[in-house]
Design a protein around this ligand. Sequence first.
Ligand SMILES: [Zn+2]
Length: 178
Amino acid sequence: MAVKPGYYPDGVTKYTDPFYKCVCRKCLHKFWSVTIDVVCSNCGSTDVFYDFNDDKANEEFEHLRQSKSENIRENQSKSEFIRECPRKSEKGGAILNRLGFLILSFLEKGEAYDRTSAMSVREIADVEDIGYKDNTIFKKVSELVVSGYAGTGYKDGKQKTFFITEKGRNLLKEERSR
Ligand SMILES: [Zn+2]
């Protein structure tokens, strides 16, 4: 391609144009360039913002800087989260702590597979003494219902009853095959 007179080899930038203010989107390096075929002189990335306008370049820089630090923050809290609750990062792990696993096992053991065979918290607790209060079991089994691993059955008097769903049984199978 012939170079237009008065233009840089990129064919877009005139000799009389001011420098482009460039911001590398990868490493946030700020630099100037004469042409638009910009390569970051720091990291070599070609993903570079450029504009004649200084303010716009600064704006872009601030914007990039903020989203970068947000990313870093997000990643940090994510890794903290994973460190604190390693199981939470796994499929079904959030729900299936020891108690969740026990409850599902007990429902399975009690053959509580549908609304009519569902068990009350009292019945679940009676399968085996696992040292949890009924309240705690109730809370956990309610979580299991919300996430679809358990369902609610017909009431036994005033008491709610629970059964293990197909999804819950699959989860147990998965857990046991670990
Ligand atoms: Zn760079």
